[in-house]
Ligand binder design. Structure first.
Ligand code: MN
Length: 273
């Protein structure tokens, strides 16, 4: 039995199959986890969703910003973008079943036996893991609840980039959902997440702005590692506490997968878009 974790899929279904075949992935014994952004931008979002759903308990993933966008479009909260290439998903006959299944997915996933968490983008500094886990559970309850429409609508319209200890619970949940699924850089002078910069850290020359993983307090992680995606310009692993797996398959690069037990890294064939 092996645990495989794959970076941002973005509809790169052929690259996923390529990786799973290369390790003889066995649904009965192995587990496949993903960092989210299963859909959008790439060619085969619907195929990716249907395939992962068909694998039932051998697959799990956290929601990424693009997966949340798809849920919001399906619920009439947001408008679809042409560049997302989601037309086939949105026309799928059982779209409501797919969306309900997506709504049951986590935002912050703790592996039951291995020492890691998976989150799509990252975690904001200044919060301990227990607090983050508690808030993520509340967010997950709201996303999967009957009243998800109102929470998701607020999530796309009322989020703050600045955090403060006096934040109300509802605002904290909206702030955190945004952070978990979109964070890259933090302005630590202002306690503010800066969502406008996407460059590689070597190209950032503002000394008040640092990647989130440079600002988290490592002892707060209690020896756990954070596995994330979302930031393709990092092109992979960052340091011994945080592992980035988004290597921009959808932008013509490759999909990355790690086998947790021996930390072996697998790269798919290049995406010929
Ligand atoms: Mn993303």
């Amino acid at each position: 039995m092996a645990t495989y974790i794959v970076g941002d899929l973005h509809g790169c279904f052929d690259q996923l199959i390529d990786l799973l075949e290369s390790v003889n992935f066995c649904e009965r014994k192995d587990q496949l986890l993903l960092t989210g952004d299963i859909v959008a931008r790439g060619p085969k979002s619907l195929e990716s969703l249907l395939f992962l759903k068909s694998m039932k308990d051998s697959v799990d993933f956290v929601l990424g910003n693009h997966d949340l966008h798809l849920i919001a479009v399906a619920k009439g909260i947001r408008q679809p973008n042409k560049s997302d290439k989601l037309e086939k998903v949105l026309k799928y006959k059982d779209l409501d079943i797919l969306i309900k299944w997506l709504q049951s997915k986590k935002i912050l996933m703790q592996h039951p036996t291995h020492n890691f968490y998976i989150v799509h983008a990252g975690i904001p500094p200044g919060f301990n893991l227990n607090e983050l886990v508690n808030i993520s559970k509340k967010i997950e309850e709201k996303i999967s609840s009957k009243n998800s429409y109102f929470f998701l609508k607020d999530a796309f319209t009322k989020t703050a980039n600045v955090w403060s200890p006096s934040m109300k619970q509802t605002h904290k949940e909206l702030f955190m959902l945004n952070a978990f699924t979109r964070i890259r850089y933090v302005n630590f002078k202002k306690n503010e997440i800066d969502y406008s910069i996407k460059c590689h850290p070597l190209d950032n020359d503002n000394p008040n702005i640092k990647p989130w993983y440079k600002l988290i307090n490592t002892p707060d992680l209690n020896g756990k590692k954070i596995i994330f995606g979302h930031w393709s310009s990092l092109m992979g692993i960052v340091n011994k506490n945080v592992l980035g797996l988004d290597t921009g398959s959808v932008w013509g690069n490759y999909l990355t997968m790690i086998r947790w037990e021996d930390q072996k890294i697998f790269k798919s064939s290049l995406n010929s878009i």
